[in-house]
Ligand binder design. Sequence first.
Ligand code: BGC
Length: 463
Amino acid sequence: MGQRSHDTGVVESQHGPVERHLTSTAHAGEGPRRRSPLRFGVATSAYQTEGGLSSNNWAAWERARPALGPGHKCGSASRSWEHFEDDLENLRWLGVDLYRFSIEWSRVEPAPGRFDDAALERYRSWCVKLDAAGITPMVTLHHFTEPLWVTRKGGFEGRAVIDDWLRFVAEVLDVLGDVVHTWITVNEPVGYVVQGWVRGEWPPGKRDPRTAVRVLDNLLTAHADAYRLIHADAQARGSGSACTVGLAHHIVMFRPRRPRHLLDRAIARSVDRAYNRATLEALHTGWLTLRLPGLHYQAERPGLVGTQDFMGLNHYYPLVVGMRWRGSGPLPWVDVLPAGPDQERDDLGLLLDAGSLVEAVGVVSRYGLPVFVTEHGVCDGEEPDRRRICHLEASLAGLLALPSHCDVIGYVHWSLVDNWEWTFGHAACFGLFAVDRCTGRRTPKPSADTYRRLIGTHRDGSS
Ligand code: BGC
């Protein structure tokens, strides 16, 4: 494995320019726009699919829990590190415009400042092949994982991690900057801190809302700094106008249990403000403000303003919430209610309501940026995957019926393949393709056919 040390601050590419077929999404000041055809894609993340990763925060978390059954350990995941050619063939067959995947930091920088050339080159070869197939690579830099050496230094709980993070981003840009023009800096910062530092269900397993807010603050700074670095790199290469950078926001539609009940409505509003809007506002106003019972946090962060070229939107479900009187846990006053037995639910018990995607678009679109649905999908392990098909068809119909001033520029389905799911392990099936975990063989599900047909129909209709 070719290793080398990082040359500080070098962001020039060693690779020649590659012809782009992407147009910029930076529209500010361009006057009225015609609605452009929706761009379709599918998404995965490195730890959930690649397999064989043992030196990040999640692998350590699994090791620390010997009681976890094999189905809960990531292990060889979907074997995507070796099966990229199969995935590429399937992407072609689907007819997608874009493939969203993430770079595994622990793989490319196994020790501080020591980079794995072969790993970076493999990611580069994926991007080159995607590009040659007319499929835009959309690359995520942080999708819930970090190298163990970062965790051991306190990870994103401290500010010091930002220097490590920027060194990693600079190295990725050095190798991929000429072939990748569409970036997601951080995936779902709020979801990550809520699971890891509020609910304690993900690493580092803490229930400490004060630290959670600090981690969120640091992740947003990491995002903004990466945004500037990516754009500076693109400018230096002369590809500034093609470069587009966003953050993937996890938006949950919180609905009051009793729509007319004042307290239930107040709870829904309060969790909506904390979970959805605080981050959106921080990136818009430069103030990160959180007001929850027992927790007031306000920090002025002017550097966050103007650091999104589009709004990345990850949306899956609405949640019904209400007032809880004698609860325990980190948010003791919030009751989250399961979907009713008479309602259409996914395998995780979450309500399938196609209208909520359009509602979530409404939440992020008020900031005047184009909206890119960067994740949306269904956990459905049944054969045939009828619920995935119905939900996909209905959700897309809603999206396509939006008036043209709602500037939705893309839809990315989660996920290309069945993969390892953070809380539920291998039991949760989100893929359009099933994976034989021994051989890595991919088999299309009926929903893959549906998605392929929908993409084709949309393309024919808008050409
Ligand atoms: C995450 C994915 C995850 C998906 C389904 C999203 O919030 O970004 O990593 O697999 O939800 O739970």
